[in-house]
Design a protein around this ligand. Structure first.
Ligand code: SF4
Length: 266
């Protein structure tokens, strides 16, 4: 029987939420990782470590499956964008809904999310609980960190024996990655992005938002440059530079996009 469900990426919020569930002595907890098959270099090892840890707490780890980011981009002959972020629906939300329908067909489970109101203006009135969360198929939803600060969350991460990560989780080489996120990409990450761009025949990151940087190699140079210093080989009209705000602040939490279940970047 499953009584509680936590959708995770195994970033900061995920670890804190699992630790919180443990300290509340919750039982019959399912911890569900949404695998987009587009994990950044090294993240798979973190997933294994976190799943091992959840087992020691008496919880049960699961993984959802999907077509995967790269195949999806091939099928759609393009990459998703912030405006048209269809990857969220296909790779995270729908697999999560299928998982819930299969494992909790009577909708009795309570879904936990790690949203904090201070994360952004959008989340400033996020409810601490909902009797029927439509994002969770009409199940009860609890957001125990809704009124918490990052420091309170971080204290749980440390108690769990994990380090607080400096940025968003890396379960996906996200199309929304900013300069700080990209600086954490490894050679393997850039090689995978370059291969995907070659397969799809398009840029994964839009040049006009990266000072005209076109293609993985140039975007990498942009990411490694200081703000305003990158010079594109060709001038792109109206090119601007993305802000360096941590994506974690922008991507975690409340509904509608990748984070509907609390599993994107969290
Ligand atoms: S993490 Fe980014 S790339 Fe991955 S599914 Fe979510 S929005 Fe899309």
């Amino acid at each position: 029987m499953i009584r509680f469900v936590i959708f995770v990426s195994y970033g900061n919020d995920s670890v804190a939420l699992i630790q919180w569930a443990h300290e509340q002595q919750l039982e019959d907890v399912a911890v569900v990782f949404t695998d987009t098959q587009w994990m950044a270099d090294g993240w798979a090892e973190r997933v294994d470590r976190c799943e091992e840890w959840t087992r020691t707490l008496g919880f049960t780890p699961y993984r959802t499956t999907s077509i995967g980011f790269r195949q999806l981009a091939r099928d759609r002959k393009g990459f998703p964008t912030q405006q048209f972020q269809w990857c969220s629906l296909v790779l995270k939300i729908e697999p999560g809904q299928r998982w819930l329908a299969e494992h909790d067909p009577d909708c009795r489970a309570v879904c936990l999310v790690g949203v904090r109101r201070e994360e952004s203006q959008d989340r400033s009135d996020f409810p601490e609980w909902l009797v029927k969360s439509m994002n969770h198929g009409g199940r009860v939803m609890l957001a125990p960190f809704a009124t918490w600060t990052a420091d309170q969350r971080n204290a749980l991460i440390v108690k769990a024996g994990f380090e607080v990560l400096p940025g968003r989780s890396r379960e996906c080489r996200c199309i929304n990655s900013n300069r700080k996120d990209m600086r954490r990409f490894t050679d393997n990450d850039w090689a995978a992005i370059k291969e995907a761009e070659a397969e799809v025949g398009r840029n994964m990151f839009r040049p006009h938002r990266h000072m005209g940087a076109s293609g993985a190699d140039e975007v990498r140079k942009w990411a490694l440059s200081e703000r305003g210093k990158y010079q594109a080989p060709t001038i792109v009209p109206n090119a601007v530079e993305l802000e360096d705000a941590p994506r974690e602040e922008e991507l975690t939490g409340a509904g509608g996009k990748c984070d509907t279940f609390g599993g994107c970047g969290t």
